[in-house]
Write a protein that binds this ligand. Structure first.
Ligand SMILES: Cc1cc2nc3c(=O)[nH]c(=O)nc-3n(C[C@H](O)[C@H](O)[C@H](O)COP(=O)(O)OP(=O)(O)OC[C@H]3O[C@@H](n4cnc5c(N)ncnc54)[C@H](O)[C@@H]3O)c2cc1C
Length: 452
């Protein structure tokens, strides 16, 4: 970062989830940048659940120097070549059938979220100041001068660049979109202004997730031969939903997620709390007639957390002036590729690289660094969002047409249909291990240098 025209660049990060913290760590490699993190929660905590990181974002983790410590809190081994990962089964029948095993190039790294978060916090230098109980209410930015931040507790702060990492209900996204709509209105583009504002509120994906951690011993006691105990993980597919289960925390727990999916309700409003504790009865009936492996898992679940899965309708840009969005604030997607956090990690890497580039300063940051970030990350993240949606449909045994009822097909055609679905699932997912963060990273640096 250049000191020409300016003194140190002051970056404020709103939200200390996986996206905000990873970004803070990536940015802390540039000593000329001041970093303040504002988090609404009273303390930094993560949801009691697992998280998978695919090879592409894992490279960012390695670049940030987190690998050695993260390997201490996972059973997963780093393998660079082909790795047999999750098994996929058709399970909505008395006797389930194996469909395929996902083979990735490089391991899918599995963690407890709290372990992942704690590892980042352990690496975060003291000069990244984290302020808890600071809920951003709004911000203002002008042509020149600092951005003013207004918090719910009545306090204010200022910064040169604001990064909204404040999740799916992002206040910063609302600010960015309101600014854009206001400009459009001021130029008489009223239809465009109305269209822009449609992206402020998240929409329900039609999917509801039921998450729980199962003590591995509990499953062992009732089903000693259960596949989840001796494979990297299993995804049980069927009409109307699916279940994913894999071991985390050195094998101590099983991360369990059951999805009940009503595709016809996609992009509607969810009535009720988005997140709440429920009884197993809230989802068990969907899986009542499924194979015995599923019954054993469901029997072990206690007090699951229900999440109504919301997404953000794709926007034209993640940036407005000196304000940028990252992670779920920018591209909240369905979790059917386990890639929302991975995409936040990639945002963090590219955004930190362009902000930390030696040519970036307060005067040019909006025109150069943030535009480069936007042009690289916005199209890619939305592509991932699209394929994640497609896989969510395949996991409920629907193909692109969405009209085939697999159970009405003769047995041979059922087999062929499942093979077609598996090929499509793999193709949709391949980007996560066949492409690398290296290219966008080099592109970002080249764009920064060619715009000098
Ligand atoms: C069931 C399920 C399974 C998933 N599995 C995976 C997986 O395996 N792999 C993967 O890559 N992704 C997965 N995801 C997606 C992943 O969890 C999210 O994409 C990721 O956690 C988003 O991180 P974030 O930092 O952008 O947002 P968040 O984690 O939502 O963090 C936002 C932070 O901002 C704070 N905040 C909010 N508003 C304000 C405000 N006004 N002022 C200040 N602070 C504020 C919040 O308190 C929070 O700490 C899964 C999601 C679900 C629902």
């Amino acid at each position: 970062m250049t000191s020409a025209n300016t003194s140190r660049l002051r970056v404020a990060i709103c939200g200390a989830g996986i996206g905000g913290l990873t970004f803070a760590l990536a940015l802390s490699r540039y000593p000329d940048i001041d970093i303040e993190i504002y988090e609404s929660a009273r303390a930094l905590t993560e949801v009691g659940a697992g998280i998978g990181i695919f090879p592409r974002p894992w490279k960012v983790i390695k670049m940030l120097g987190l690998e050695a410590d993260l390997l201490k809190v996972t059973e997963t081994q780093v393998i660079d070549g082909p790795v047999s990962g999750f098994r996929y089964r058709k399970s909505d029948q008395c006797e389930g059938e194996h469909i395929f095993t996902l083979v990735t190039q490089g391991s899918l790294m599995l963690f407890h979220r709290a372990d992942y978060q704690q590892t980042i916090l352990n690496h975060l230098p003291k000069r990244c100041h984290t302020h808890c109980s600071k809920r951003l209410r709004s911000y203002t930015q002008r042509q020149s001068g600092p951005i003013e931040l207004f918090f719910e507790d009545g306090t204010t702060a200022s910064c040169d660049v604001l990064v909204g990492a404040d999740g799916v209900k992002s206040v910063v996204r609302a600010g960015v979109l309101n600014e854009k709509a206001q400009w459009a209105r001021s130029e008489g583009r009223f239809k465009e202004a109305a269209e822009i504002l449609q992206h402020v509120e998240p929409v329900w994906s039609g999917a509801t997730a039921y998450r729980a951690l199962i003590p591995t011993q509990k499953l062992q006691a009732i089903a000693p031969d259960h596949q989840v105990l001796y494979t990297p993980g299993v995804q049980y597919l069927g009409k109307g939903g699916y279940i994913l289960a894999y071991r985390i925390s050195g094998g101590k727990f099983i991360n369990f997620v059951a999805f009940v999916i009503q595709h016809h309700l996609e992009n509607t409003k969810f009535n009720g709390p988005w997140m709440t504790n429920v009884d197993t009865g809230a989802f068990a009936s969907t899986f009542a007639h499924w194979e015995p492996d599923v019954q054993a898992l469901v029997a072990c679940v206690e007090k699951p957390m229900q999440w109504a899965i919301h997404t953000v309708l794709p926007m034209q840009s993640f940036v407005s002036g000196k304000v940028a969005l990252l992670g779920d604030a920018a591209h909240s997607m369905t979790p059917h590729q386990g890639s929302g956090a991975g995409q936040a990690i990639e945002d963090a890497c590219i955004l930190a690289t362009v902000l930390g580039h030696p040519s970036t300063n307060r005067t040019n940051v909006a025109q150069r660094a943030l535009r480069v970030f936007d042009s690289i990350r916005c199209p890619f993240a939305y592509k991932v969002m699209e394929v994640s949606r497609a896989n969510g449909r395949h996991f409920t045994l629907l193909d692109e047409s969405g009209v085939v009822d697999i159970d009405k097909l003769p047995q041979k055609q059922q087999r062929e249909y499942l093979q077609r679905l598996s090929r499509s699932i793999i193709q949709n997912w391949e980007w996560a291990w066949t492409s690398s963060i290296d290219k966008p990273l080099h592109d970002a640096i080249n764009m920064m240098e060619s715009s000098l």
